[in-house]
Design a protein around this ligand. Sequence first.
Ligand code: F6R
Length: 249
Amino acid sequence: MRILVCKNYDEMSKKAAQMILSQVTLKPDSILGLATGSTPIGMYKNLIDMYKNRIIDFSEVKTFNLDEYYKLPVDNDQSYHYFMDDNLFNHININRENINIPNGMAENIEEECIRYDEKIKKSNGIDIQVLGIGRNAHIGFNEPTVNFEKRTYVVELQESTRMANSRFFNSLDEVPKKAITMGTGSIFESKKIMLLASGKEKAKAIYDTIHGKITPEVPASILQLHNDVVVILDEEAASLLDTKEYKSL
Ligand code: F6R
């Protein structure tokens, strides 16, 4: 794992956007794995600016999102479909047909899980997967549990995750109890992985991810086994790491 520590959220976001720029410049038809949540919003803003300044072209890019709430209509402003349109897709020249987000409204959700994994495989796999991390070290919506899930599946969200995400809803009751998510196995198959974290409340999850035992109780710990992972942090998220372990930017 390469660990880069940036001064603050803005610097982290810039660095992350630069990595995506390099990827898309070198391979214009890149397959990007994307995340939602607060963490990548700054990166998306930087990418939109780069697009407006004609530095990056998304016309051949394909995307696969990690997850979506179960049975939350796509036009609900808390759905991840809505989030992605609002924070990225509506502002860049991506071809709508190249956008993939799990369909939490699918009538046959098991079939949807299989369809999603097959589509990733057919596209030749994800070139770079962007990840945020939960306070409980979840990636995608892979919550701490007793085994690593390989494939896209429907997961029951932990109360702590629902509480953390309730900041976007009117009340905790409105936060869905389930989600559809790429499994840790599907995430792990990505050629490159870029994990982003900012803020003190992520410091313990980051420490455990990098130094802890590899266990499904700390879902992100599986990344220790991947051969191309870059972790981009701000100083607060890195606050439990030894400064000798990382490169400061
Ligand atoms: C979002 C996702 C989640 C978030 C994580 C952190 O697609 O898969 O794993 O990355 O919950 O969320 P924020 O960035 O809001 O702290």
